[in-house]
Each structure stands twice: as structure tokens, then as C-alpha cells.
Write a protein that binds this ligand. Structure first.
Ligand SMILES: NC(=O)C1=CN([C@@H]2O[C@H](COP(=O)(O)OP(=O)(O)OC[C@H]3O[C@@H](n4cnc5c(N)ncnc54)[C@H](O)[C@@H]3O)[C@@H](O)[C@H]2O)[C@@H](O)CC1
Ligand SMILES: Nc1ncnc2c1ncn2[C@@H]1O[C@H](COP(=O)(O)OP(=O)(O)OP(=O)(O)O)[C@@H](O)[C@H]1O
Length: 483
């Protein structure tokens, strides 16, 4: 592997020695050795690993053997258990409900929050009917503690009639407290008994931000080994060229955008998708933008439907044929166009189509975050301004430019762990669990259209990563693709 290494945010310590990571096949062999009577120490020596690692693997024996039985690739290094998408949805909804209660001055305790989350989860499960594969969700105390950390919630104590003195009764966002500073004061005045715990979030409450960083300069000579590392990442998802495929299999991408003012942006996105390797690139734009975009390239398929009274039906005809949708380049901020884009996002979600949201699509999301919240097949690609807008919508406070990594992580979490790519000198990417920093050097010019090239390319890569499957992307297709 290349220069990628894991360092805690802000750490200046020396790089850690790389751990030996065993794949599933090796782990099963190790377990068999233990079963045959060898001691943990002997097995550790055999595999050059610590005895504690051997014990840890032994503890996971059941899961490892089950994974093998379920035909997980034996070269897999981690047991990847995808997060329950319903749980992500429930957590986002619960977070907003808590904020809403806070705004209205309604104290909620951990019991009420847990009850609310459970009822939301059960509701989703019930709606899925008999075929539901959702697990039972108990909204346990452990879940509540993680939920608080995930959404950076902190606690206030309510004393007097409302609750006993020591009872933790409300968990609210620290930023909410800044947004609605009057609320706690009002409550104190009305009930005379409310005390706020220090609102400053205790650093121990915030999960450690693990950052993976990779950089590659185009202005320096590189060793073949360095370049091999980069190419390997890319090779992992690029579908092989063969004579056995038919037109369209390597990617049918739809770009939603293009209006009277902006015809370049959707063109850049659509043509970069084609140049990267998509088979077909469609543009859904307004009637007056269509002839202009068509005239740029005969390779694009252009649909002048975005301002039609029948956008829904027109787009619905095409959606089943598309692998990814890119929403926003050159969309503009006309209400009708935004409303139509909203309809397309909703329909894409129903069909499970990966969606990349950029430019004015992000403007729309900043107005209505619930539109995309919890849809983990979405990738948002905000530039600095777009990121600030989204962040302020979600947290009612400005971005802390000294702690961008954490801000990107938090935004992703608040949106239900979808992938956020904050563009800039270094691109910061997070799915709410990890933060990847990409400092590959690009052009030093900052001309318009570079973001459009990125969103179009991501449209194709998202499809390819999805096709490649979790094994080739370590279980995280979208975040790896964005990297
Ligand atoms: N040829 C074309 O048709 C083009 C059309 N475009 C479209 O134009 C529309 C508006 O896009 P905008 O990007 O202007 O969106 P905004 O209207 O949100 O403007 C963003 C502003 O943020 C500023 N900004 C960006 N990065 C910054 C940073 N790091 N620090 C401080 N300020 C920063 C920019 O200079 C710009 O003024 C979109 O639909 C977009 O797709 C652009 O993509 C450019 C090319
Ligand atoms: N200061 C910078 N230094 C180096 N690269 C940058 C810098 N800012 C942005 N980039 C790179 O340029 C690409 C486009 O980002 P940019 O911020 O220009 O997007 P945008 O404003 O959405 O573009 P567009 O003009 O298409 O709307 C990203 O891939 C990002 O990595």
C-alpha cells in the first residue's frame, strides 16, 4: 500500500508501524489451529501477531465462521456489517425532533427520546410489511449514548417539579442553544428551576476524528511504486474493457441542470462523465438551454424537459434506464426548476439510484435538508460557500475553519451518514464515520467549471464503485469513490 496512513486529527507524532491485517481465510486457519489444541501464544508466534490479537479473533469466532458460511470473500480483511438504513433515518428524524422540542421549550428526557426513536423505527419496519429485513431495535441506553455522540448532543438538568434534582432530563444540541438562546432563559423564568449544564461540549463527548490522507503531486517526479498505488485504487473500481458487454453497461448517467443562464455547467458534467468512461450521458435541462447544449457535442443526449409542465412523467420515462443522477450543475435557482429537481431526487430515491448533488442542487438541499437526509446513496459535493450554507442550515452556527475535518464529519452525520465531499485546496470527504483527506494536487487555476467536471466524473465512479461491490471498496463504495 502507499503512503496512506491513519493519524489522529492534529497529531504530529511519528507514523505508526503498520499492523498486520489478516484476511478471513487466515483467521479461520488460525481458529482451526486453536481448536486443534495449540495455545494462543504458539498461534501468535506462528502468525507473528500478539497473543491478545489471537484472543480477539477467538472472541469473534462465531461471526468469522458465519461470514465464511455466508460466502464472504475469503480475502476480506474486515467483517463489514452495513449500517441499518432505517436506523440512520430514525436517528436523523429523532435529532430534528429533539431540536424542535427544544425550540418549543419542551423538555425531553432520555427515556422519551428513546421511546420516540423506537416508535419511529417500528413504524418504518411495519411499513415494510412482512418481507421486512429490519432487525428489532430496542433504543437501549447504549444506543442513546452513541446517538448523543453522533449528533454532538449535550445535556441539561431540570430541577424541581419537572424532575428530581439529579435526573438527566433533556439532551439538546449545543448549537441549538446558541440559535435559541432565549428558550432556556424563558424556561428558567417560567419554571424557576432549570439549570443548564455547561453548553460547551466536552471534548470527550466528540468521537475522535480519524483522518486518512493521501497526496500526489502532478508537478513532481514519482516512483513507479507511488503511481502504482494510485492506479490500484482506481483499478479497483474501473470495469474491465471486454467485448462481451452491451452499450450502456458501463454507465448511463443523467445530469439534471442547464437553464437560460448556465449551459456550460451541465455540458462540463455530462462530457466529463463520457470522457471518464460512461457509455451514455443524458442532460435534463430547460427548453431554451437544450439546443445550445446539443450544439456543444453530438455525444450528449439532451432532454428539454426541466421547465415542461410534465417534467415528472418525462423524467420518469428515463429514470429506470439511468445508473446515477447528478443534480445541480447549471440548474439555477428558479422555483419551478428547483421543484422539478426535487421531484427527480424523490423518484431517484424510490428507485435506489445513486445521486450526486452539486451546485444549485445543494442550494435546494440547504432549503430542505430532509429531501436527502438518510439517503446513503447520495454524495454531496459542496464548495466552500455551499458547505457553509448547508452547515449553517443544519447547526445554526458557522463553520469552524480551524476544525474543518470535524465539521465535515458532523454535517455528514446530521444528514444521516451520506457522503460529503468538501471541495477545496484539500478535498475533505466523510461518511460520518471516517474522514478522508485528498490532497492530490490539481490545477492552480480556479476557473469556473472544475466542480462540474468533478460531479460528472463522480456520477460515473459512483456507479462503478457500486458495481465493484464492497470487497473492492472495503465496504464503503461512495466514500472510496469520492476519494
Ligand atoms: N459555464 C457555466 O455554465 C458555469 C456555471 N456554473 C453554475 O453557476 C451556478 C452558481 O454557481 P456558484 O459556484 O457561482 O454558486 P454561488 O452562487 O453559491 O457562489 C459561490 C461563491 O462562493 C465563492 N467561493 C467559492 N469557493 C470559495 C472559497 N473557498 N472561499 C470563499 N469564497 C468562495 C465563489 O467565488 C462564488 O462567488 C451553478 O448552477 C453552477 O453550476 C458554474 O458551475 C461555473 C461554470
Ligand atoms: N484552493 C484550491 N486549490 C486546489 N484545488 C482546489 C482549490 N479549490 C478547489 N479545488 C479543486 O477544484 C475542484 C472544483 O472545486 P471548486 O471549489 O472550484 O468547485 P465549484 O465552485 O463547485 O466549481 P464550479 O465552478 O464548477 O461550480 C475540486 O476538485 C477541488 O479539489
Amino acid at each position: 500500500m502507499g503512503p496512506k496512513r491513519s493519524v489522529p486529527s492534529g497529531s504530529k507524532s511519528a507514523p505508526k508501524k503498520r499492523r498486520r491485517v489478516m484476511n478471513l481465510k487466515e483467521k479461520v486457519e488460525l481458529l482451526d489451529m486453536l481448536r486443534s489444541g495449540k495455545t494462543a501464544a504458539a498461534v501468535g508466534r506462528h502468525y507473528c501477531i500478539n497473543e491478545s490479537t489471537v484472543r480477539h479473533i477467538k472472541k469473534k469466532e462465531k461471526e468469522i465462521r458465519e461470514a465464511i458460511a455466508a460466502a464472504a470473500p475469503t480475502t476480506a480483511k474486515y467483517l463489514h456489517k452495513p449500517r441499518d438504513p432505517n436506523l440512520s433515518r430514525v436517528e436523523s428524524a429523532t435529532f430534528f425532533w429533539v431540536l424542535d422540542c427544544y425550540k418549543k421549550g419542551i423538555p425531553v428526557d432520555s427515556g422519551i427520546i428513546r421511546e420516540k426513536a423506537k416508535s419511529l423505527y417500528d413504524f418504518l419496519k411495519e411499513n415494510e410489511g412482512e418481507g421486512s429485513t429490519s432487525a428489532d431495535f430496542q433504543a437501549s441506553k447504549g444506543w442513546f449514548e452513541n446517538f448523543k455522540k453522533r449528533f454532538s448532543l449535550c445535556s441539561v438538568k431540570v430541577m424541581g417539579e419537572a424532575a428530581s434534582a439529579d435526573q438527566e432530563t433533556a439532551s439538546i444540541g449545543q448549537e441549538a442553544a446558541r440559535e435559541f438562546p432565549e428558550t432556556p432563559k424563558k424556561l428558567i423564568e417560567e419554571k424557576g428551576s432549570i439549570q443548564l449544564l455547561p453548553f460547551k461540549l466536552d471534548c470527550r463527548d466528540v468521537p475522535e476524528v480519524n483522518v486518512l490522507e493521501r497526496s500526489f503531486s502532478v508537478h513532481k517526479a514519482h516512483s513507479v511504486k507511488d503511481m502504482e498505488n494510485i492506479f490500484q485504487l482506481v483499478r479497483n473500481v474501473i470495469p474491465p474493457l471486454t467485448t462481451k458487454k452491451h452499450k450502456g453497461q458501463d454507465g448511463r448517467i443523467g445530469i439534471v441542470g442547464g437553464c437560460q443562464e448556465y449551459t456550460g455547467a451541465p455540458y462540463f458534467a455530462a462530457i466529463s462523465a463520457l470522457k471518464l468512461g460512461a457509455d451514455l450521458s443524458h442532460v435534463f435541462c430547460t427548453k431554451d438551454a437544450a439546443p445550445v447544449i446539443k450544439s456543444y457535442s453530438p455525444e450528449l443526449i439532451v432532454h428539454p424537459v426541466l421547465d415542461s409542465p410534465h417534467t415528472d412523467e418525462e423524467v420518469a420515462k428515463w429514470l429506470p434506464r439511468l445508473h446515477t443522477i447528478v443534480i445541480g450543475p447549471g440548474l439555477g435557482r428558479n422555483d419551478t426548476l428547483l421543484e422539478n429537481a426535487k421531484g427527480i431526487i424523490e423518484k431517484s430515491k424510490v428507485r435506489g439510484i445513486p445521486v450526486v448533488i452539486d451546485a444549485d442542487g445543494l442550494w435546494l438541499i440547504a432549503q430542505q435538508p430532509s429531501l436527502i437526509q438518510g439517503y446513503q446513496r447520495a454524495i454531496l459535493t459542496p464548495n466552500y460557500m455551499e458547505f457553509s450554507r448547508l452547515y449553517e442550515t443544519m447547526f445554526r452556527t458557522s463553520v469552524d475553519s480551524n476544525d474543518n475535518h470535524r465539521c465535515v464529519l458532523r454535517l455528514s452525520q446530521a444528514l444521516g451518514n451520506l457522503t460529503v465531499v468538501q471541495k477545496g485546496e484539500k478535498d475533505i470527504i466523510s461518511d460520518g464515520e471516517k474522514v478522508l483527506v485528498c490532497s492530490h494536487e490539481g490545477s492552480s487555476r480556479r476557473c469556473g467549471g472544475q466542480g462540474d467536471l468533478l460531479s460528472g466524473s463522480l456520477g460515473v465512479l459512483a456507479h462503478w464503485a457500486f458495481l465493484a461491490g464492497p470487497e473492492k471498496t472495503n465496504g464503503f463504495p461512495y466514500v472510496k469513490t469520492s476519494y
